[in-house]
Design a protein around this ligand. Sequence first.
Ligand code: ATP
Ligand code: MG
Length: 261
Amino acid sequence: MERHFIEVHDIGKQYGSGETVVQAVSFMDFFIDDGEFLSVMGQSGSGKSTLLSIIGGLNRPTKGTVYVDTLDIYGLSSEQKADFRSEYLGIIFQSFQLVPYLTVLENVKLPMAITGIRSGDQKARALKILERVGLGDKVNRLPDQLSGGEQERVAIARAIVNDPPILLADEPTGNLDSETAEDIMGLLKSLNEEGKTVIMVTHNSDMCHYSGRTIFMKDGRMDGSRPSGWAHLQQGFIPPSAQHTVTPSARRQPKFSKPPI
Ligand SMILES: Nc1ncnc2c1ncn2[C@@H]1O[C@H](COP(=O)(O)OP(=O)(O)OP(=O)(O)O)[C@@H](O)[C@H]1O
Ligand SMILES: [Mg+2]
C-alpha cells in the first residue's frame, strides 16, 4: 500500500467533559505528501490550531491516528516523541513564544540543546540561519527590541535551525502589515522550494496562493479543499506557486529506531 508522508486518519479532539465539552476537531481525514505546501483556512474557533498541534505530536487526539513518515506518532514513547519532534518538526507558534530574557542568538540555539551538536558549531549554525532570515545584525538583541516581523523571523530561524523536513506555522503573518507578511511568506515559500513540507494555518486568503493546496475547516470539520491559487484563478491569474514543481527532499533515515506499526 502506498504511504503518504503525513496521514491523518479520522481524528477527533474533545476538550473538557460533561456539559463543558468542546468538540474542537471531528472526522478529519486527509494526506499530505512530502514537499507539499498546505494551507489550512477557517474562522476563529474552527479547530485549525488544534489540528496543527495534533499533527505536531503536541496534542493527543481523542480519536484517530496520525502517521508521519510511517510513524504512528501517538504510539511513540515520550522519549521517542521528543526525538521525533526534534528530528522532523519545526514549529512556528501563533504567538511567537520567544524566550524574552534570551537574545535572538540564544533563542535560535535553543532547539540544538538536545542534539549533541558541539557548542561552537551550534553558534555557527544559528548565526548562518539568522543571516539567511535577514537578522545577521541583530543577533544580540532581546525579542522586545525587535519589530513584529523581525520576531517572526527569529521564530522561523528557531524552527529551521535543526533542518527539519516539516514546518508547521500557525498564523505566521497574523500580526504583520501586508508588506512584512509578503516577506515572511516569501521566506516560507523558499523553504518549501528547498523541499520542506510546510503546513500553514491562516485566516487570510491572500496568503494561500503561496501554498499548493488549501483545506477549509468549519466547526472542527473539513469543509472542502482547493488546489493552489484558488483565490486568484477566478481572475485568470496563475500565481508563481502554482507553476512551481517541488522536488521532494530525500527521505531521511530517522536516527532513532522506528517501532513496528
Ligand atoms: N485547551 C482547550 N480547552 C478547551 N477548549 C479549547 C482548548 N483549546 C481550544 N479550545 C476550543 O476548541 C475550539 C477550536 O479551537 P482552536 O484554537 O483550534 O481554533 P482556531 O481555528 O485555531 O481559532 P483561531 O483562529 O482563533 O486561532 C474552540 O472552540 C476553542 O475554544
Ligand atoms: Mg488558532
